[in-house]
Design a protein around this ligand. Sequence first.
Ligand SMILES: CC(C)(COP(=O)(O)OP(=O)(O)OC[C@H]1O[C@@H](n2cnc3c(N)ncnc32)[C@H](O)[C@@H]1OP(=O)(O)O)[C@@H](O)C(=O)NCCC(=O)NCCS
Length: 204
Amino acid sequence: MTFGSGVTRVHERRWWPMDNQLRRPDVPAHVVRSIRSDDAPRLQRFHLRLSADTIRRRFFGAHPTLGDVEARRFTDLDPATDAALVAIAGDRIVGVGRYVRIGTGGCAEVAFVVDDEFQGHGIGTELLTLLSRIARDDGIRRFVADTFADNGAMIDVFTHTPGAVTVEGITRDGSVIHLSMRVAHPAEIGSAATGAFTPEAPRL
Ligand SMILES: CC(C)(COP(=O)(O)OP(=O)(O)OC[C@H]1O[C@@H](n2cnc3c(N)ncnc32)[C@H](O)[C@@H]1OP(=O)(O)O)[C@@H](O)C(=O)NCCC(=O)NCCS
């Protein structure tokens, strides 16, 4: 199966098995699936486990809790504009990648956050790669993202995941940089991104 043909719209709820070829050998056991509206309490618990620094990098300031309204907004998505994937270990969310379409064009803003304990094991890379597949299938051709200029991990993920995006522009505004990326075309992905896609999500 080639990259593009197996992609689904996010509301169709696919999940990616743990032996997916995108996985690095050192990655802690988890599965990735689309976020669901019943994830709101899970997302709130995930947020409470994040360090202050991880929260600051994701929300650009203090954000100690995720309120009920915000948690609903982050989990009850409009599939026409939003997509979000969660990495799940056991019953815990350990990573989230999302995009929100900007206007009516083929551009979306992306954001990622991974549980401190799970950072540096390839989960951010995996979420970006899978999210780019969904985006491509939904007609999105560009991702944009804001991140702190000293956020080496995030910049590294964006600049070293050619199977997902190619960074084409970076502008700086004080301590924040704005990245503009082209979403990879299926032909650029090659065999590394083929993998089995399972049509129904397990109840995780
Ligand atoms: C940014 C983030 C999502 C990346 O997720 P992750 O699962 O840790 O990322 P990965 O493990 O896939 O990749 C991290 C890469 O960055 C590298 N890296 C880690 N820390 C780094 C640092 N301080 N400077 C440079 N590179 C770094 C790793 O070596 C790895 O590269 P590799 O794949 O070549 O080995 C995660 O670190 C996070 O949640 N950070 C806090 C929230 C945040 O910054 N969000 C971004 C807002 S858009």
